[in-house]
Ligand binder design. Structure first.
Ligand SMILES: C[S@@+](CC[C@H](N)C(=O)[O-])C[C@H]1O[C@@H](n2cnc3c(N)ncnc32)[C@H](O)[C@@H]1O
Ligand code: SF4
Length: 406
């Protein structure tokens, strides 16, 4: 299928005012350290001692400057609306390492007065002194990887913490003054039952979290889980059981007042993750750190994953980028649809036009009409969206947009 108005959106890329070409206002910072590797995880993280972490922080501060200088004029202080420290386990950094990173960000960037600063944290890795440091440097949102409150399951998936650590860490953070706290939960774990999901969810909600992410387990290549699956040693719930877990989670969260604003994300009113909303709205963002990827000026870039190569390149005064992929206008428009339809709010015609300078219906009219006829897409006056009942088959819906323009 072809886009109806290819020539007009080709020209639009030349227009600097398009949202997709504007200066990024979000920064992702990757902290690639964990106390041990969970059996399912393929995020770029390493088990390393304090000397390695300290050298990495040195390199990171250099990279942040190279990154700012690459996209902005000398002395320019671009303004950030969100900063996200992800991992790995950012809370393995010491207070002084945190202060160095934050000081560098403040030297290089302005931050909006309501800037959202999120740090991922592992249960059992926060103490009062570290939480005081995080508050002092401006972190105002924490995201804990709880995964489950079932002790056996936590061990099965290779977590170092117990269920008590989840409640203790979240309650400690709340007592220190953090009002925006997320807990990640995982669904579809080995031998997990719907009852486990329900108990874990009720347990984390009791701690007062304001946001929950519920992720279905993905068996990633190269992980112990992938090896065990291949050897027939991983007993995973079947698809129906996983759907039942997802629906149970949805019901409990809804009755708790947490709206499903994205396929895997639920929040009390006003507690949505603004940084992640930027990804789903296909807005540009800067990213620093080993293995981080960013999206700036119509290009996606990926940093060196290995700490050694990352450090060597940064210390030579080079950006540690391994791959830059320019995103053609058509591909960017497809991304806007596939990312935005993950959101309950969908994709508004106004947002699409602000991003790309053309009307969504001129580009994707045929696909939108076909999906609407199938009942899996709602075309409203202001936006198109997927009814939440179809979130479970969202990937099939998204696939209808692939290759339409690229
Ligand atoms: C970047 S990870 C790190 C968070 C933090 N290090 C932790 O584990 O507590 C963010 C979340 O992704 C989810 N996750 C990681 N690997 C996954 C996988 N293979 N399948 C589904 N969810 C996964 C987990 O819920 C995890 O908390
Ligand atoms: S899930 Fe979190 S703690 Fe576990 S290995 Fe991945 S990043 Fe590290």
């Amino acid at each position: 299928m072809r886009c109806r108005r290819k020539p007009s959106w080709r020209c639009s890329r030349l227009n600097d005012a398009l949202l997709v070409d504007r200066a990024p206002r979000s920064l992702y910072v990757h902290i690639p350290f964990c106390a041990s590797k969970c059996f399912y995880c393929d995020f770029n993280s390493y088990v390393a001692g304090d000397a390695v972490r300290s050298a990495y922080v040195d390199d990171l501060t250099v990279e942040l400057r190279l990154l700012r200088d690459a996209y902005f004029g000398a002395g320019e202080r671009p303004c950030l609306d969100t900063v996200f420290f992800g991992g790995g386990t950012p809370t393995l950094l010491s207070s002084s390492q945190w202060r160095r990173v934050a000081q560098t960000i403040h030297e290089l960037f302005d931050t909006a007065s309501d800037c959202e600063w999120t740090a991922e944290a592992n249960p059992g890795t926060v103490d009062p002194a570290l939480l005081d440091t995080l508050l002092a440097i401006g972190v105002n949102r924490l995201s804990f990887g709880a995964q489950s409150l079932n002790e056996t399951l936590l061990q099965t998936i290779g977590r170092l913490h117990g269920a008590d650590d989840v409640a203790r860490s979240i309650e400690l953070a709340a007592a220190k003054g953090f009002t925006r706290i997320n807990a990640d939960l995982m669904l579809g774990l080995p031998d997990q039952t719907v009852q486990d999901v329900s108990d874990s969810l009720r347990g984390v909600l009791e701690t007062g979290v304001t946001h929950v992410s519920a992720y279905g387990l993905k068996v990633e290549d190269g992980t112990p889980f992938a090896r065990w699956q291949e050897a027939g040693l991983l007993r995973l719930p079947d698809e129906d059981a996983e759907v039942a877990m997802y629906e149970t989670a949805r019901d409990i969260l809804a009755s708790h007042g947490c709206a499903q604003y994205e396929i895997s994300n639920f929040a009390l009113p006003g507690q949505e993750a603004r940084h992640n909303l930027g990804y789903w709205r296909n807005l540009p963002y800067l990213a620093a750190g080993a293995g981080a990827h960013g999206y700036v000026r119509a290009s996606r870039y990926q940093n060196e994953r290995s700490l050694t190569s990352y450090g060597q390149r940064v210390r030579r005064g080079e950006r540690p980028v391994t791959e830059v992929q320019s995103v053609a206008t058509g591909a960017a428009m497809e991304d806007t649809m596939m990312l935005g339809l993950r959101l309950q709010e969908g994709v508004s015609y106004a947002h699409f036009r602000a991003l790309h300078g053309v009307d969504m219906r001129d580009v994707f009219g045929n696909v939108l009409d076909r999906l609407s006829r199938q009942g899996v897409l709602l075309q409203g006056v202001n936006e198109v969206r997927v009814p939440p009942a179809y979130f479970e088959v969202a990937n099939e819906i998204f696939s209808a947009f692939i290759g339409v323009c690229s």
